[in-house]
Write a protein of this length. Structure first.
Length: 73
């Protein structure tokens, strides 16, 4: 789950105390995060952006002037 949260493979290597990054890569590839559910919110203002980021949502993309955020359920 740490890799899913951070997308930082080096952090996971350190956390699992693996000597070789290849070992960690094997573990992260075995875990499938497809099908995970998310809360999705949108914003149009900087204030809304701030509130969503403080609530732990992550920025995904922007479409037609609307920013899209998500957070795992």
């Amino acid at each position: 789950m740490e890799y899913a949260k951070t997308k930082d493979i080096l952090r996971v290597v350190e956390m699992l105390e693996h000597r070789d990054i290849k070992t960690t890569l094997v573990y992260t590839q075995l875990v499938s995060f497809e099908g995970d559910e998310y809360y999705v919110k949108t914003s149009r203002t900087l204030e809304e952006d701030k509130e969503l980021l403080e609530a732990g949502l992550e920025y995904v993309t922007e479409r037609d002037g609307v920013k899209i955020y998500r957070k795992r359920k």
